[in-house]
Design a protein around this ligand. Sequence first.
Ligand code: HEC
Length: 137
Amino acid sequence: MPSHRSLLVAAVSGFAVSLLMTPATAAIDPAKLPPAAKTPGVTFAKDIKPLFEKSCFKCHGAEKQKGKLRLDTLEATLKGGENAPNVVAGDSAKSTLVAAIARVGDEDDFMPPKDKGEPFTKEQVGLVRAWIDQGAK
Ligand code: HEC
């Protein structure tokens, strides 16, 4: 029969472990994200890069890499920034980049940041989701 003290230690450490094991992405509530577009064959070069070029390159391009993130090539986008990965190929709902452009979760993470550019439309977020769900090619 364990003492009360060891039970308490077990309970507290179990709680700490469950906190540690909660992935950072748990904050994304998929129900709050706009649905993925039905468009087939979405690619970075054809569909996504032009969106990023307009809204993201000035802070995540050749000149500046805020958050250590570059979004001007597919390779760099998949590599991610300080809190990589930001794109989980095949799972847009787990991709922090999607939460950022959908403006879901922590306001500090919204992209482009508040007052730093037009927010993405639901259709644009949907296209980025489709691109990631289709394997982020
Ligand atoms: C005006 C500058 C600016 C623009 C424009 C901008 N960002 Fe950011 N972005 C930042 C800053 C600053 C950070 C780092 C935030 C931090 O460290 O708290 C960041 C961080 C990020 C991150 C997290 C990187 C990591 O691993 O920590 C993602 C993802 C991201 N941006 C995506 C985008 C996307 C997609 C766009 C375009 C829709 C965009 N950003 C436009 C300034 C910008």
